[in-house]
Ligand binder design. Structure first.
Ligand SMILES: NC(=O)C1=CN([C@@H]2O[C@H](COP(=O)(O)OP(=O)(O)OC[C@H]3O[C@@H](n4cnc5c(N)ncnc54)[C@H](O)[C@@H]3O)[C@@H](O)[C@H]2O)C=CC1
Ligand SMILES: Cc1ncc(C=O)c(C(=O)O)c1O
Length: 309
């Protein structure tokens, strides 16, 4: 049974994951190579906890778990039943972490990766017990979005998948087991199909960025939270989908490289909220207000969707 979890990497995703797992009654050790990331994560726990309160997520009867921060990798993974690797989306950075923990952990300790889309089969090449490695892909913000993809690589033991799926369920989250280890798994294949088209439309001047967001959020986005794509096909009618897709699919963006607009911005260190500018601009005050407003709205929508409005 999983009780002790180590999270390696406390950037965008780590702090919310730590808070959510602790709320599920688990004992979390949180580690990062960067002291500044540890301090930032520590300061974010209270905010995440108040969002979990607003969501009405109660701890189990045995009580709420704990989050302890450490700057020592050996200390973080010592005695852990599960390690969640959450470092940047780069195979060699992730492989360094697997090599570093290999001799520090028991052969049956589960090692999960929160990779956004690197096939688990590739990551397994860098660990001595590949049968205990699994994909555990959270969605951002991880303390609010309940769905987590679970992905087996070619060498993952079925029991490893079952253990992680059951753990996710046991703390009130929603596991989705992906049946094939395809790049991007399912959530990001769908998201990146949408983002490729959205970026292309803005880049070609078909629409302004603000209007693109209005169109998608108030059109498809709002609807799709209630009616998933497969159900939507039935609601619209497969005959309609057949007619439209017969001419539209051929006209959709099929670019297989990164769009020039994105390269231009990233080359100028315009990464979005984290750097103050990306598609839009953000002052620190605006960022704080935006994060609060988004959390409030996501909480309200989730409560309604769960029938707890
Ligand atoms: N940002 C997002 O929306 C999502 C990201 N992911 C995935 O989660 C993983 C982490 O992503 P983010 O949190 O966005 O990245 P991030 O870049 O915000 O944070 C990564 C953290 O890892 C730390 N780190 C780097 N090397 C390390 C090492 N050797 N040991 C310990 N810590 C180390 C960095 O100091 C940093 O704090 C990536 O694989 C990403 O693709 C998954 C879901 C959503
Ligand atoms: C743009 C983007 N890329 C990856 C992920 C997750 O892996 C997300 C997300 O969770 O929101 C994302 O927005």
């Amino acid at each position: 049974m999983i009780q002790r979890i180590a999270i390696i990497g406390l950037g965008t995703m780590g702090p919310g994951m730590a808070a959510r797992l602790a709320r599920g009654g688990l004992q979390v050790a949180a580690y990062d190579v960067a002291p500044v990331a540890i301090e930032r994560a520590r300061s974010m726990l209270g905010v995440a906890d108040s969002v979990l309160d607003a969501l009405g997520i109660a701890p189990p009867q045995a009580g709420v778990g704990t989050v302890r921060f450490t700057d020592d990798l050996g200390d973080a993974v010592s005695g852990a039943d599960l390690i969640i690797e959450n470092v940047p989306e780069n195979i060699s950075v992730k492989a360094d972490v697997y090599r570093a923990i290999d001799s520090l952990i028991a052969s049956d300790t589960i090692v999960a990766s929160d990779t956004s889309g690197i096939p688990i089969t590739k990551l397994q090449e860098h660990i001595s017990h590949p049968e205990r490695m699994v994909g555990m892909h959270w969605s951002n913000p991880p303390h609010i979005i309940p769905m987590i993809e679970v992905i087996a690589g070619e060498k993952t033991a079925p029991q490893t998948v079952t253990t992680i799926r059951d753990l996710i369920r046991s703390i009130g989250l929603l596991p989705v087991v992906v049946k094939k280890d395809v790049p991007g798994f399912v959530e990001n294949r769908v998201l990146y199909a949408l983002l490729r088209e959205a970026v292309d439309l803005v880049e070609r001047g078909v629409i302004d960025p603000e209007d693109l967001d209005t169109c998608v959020s108030w059109g498809i986005g709002y609807k799709i939270a209630v009616i998933g794509p497969m159900a939507l096909l039935d609601m619209a009618g497969l005959d309609i989908y057949k007619s439209v897709s017969s001419f539209l699919n051929a006209d959709l963006s099929n670019r297989d490289d990164v769009a020039p607009m994105v390269l231009e911005k990233t080359n100028a260190s315009k990464f979005g909220i984290k750097s103050g500018e990306g598609m839009f601009s953000y002052t620190p005050e605006q960022t704080k207000a935006l994060q609060g407003e988004r959390a409030r709205k996501l909480v309200a929508v989730r409560r309604i969707l769960e029938g707890r409005g």
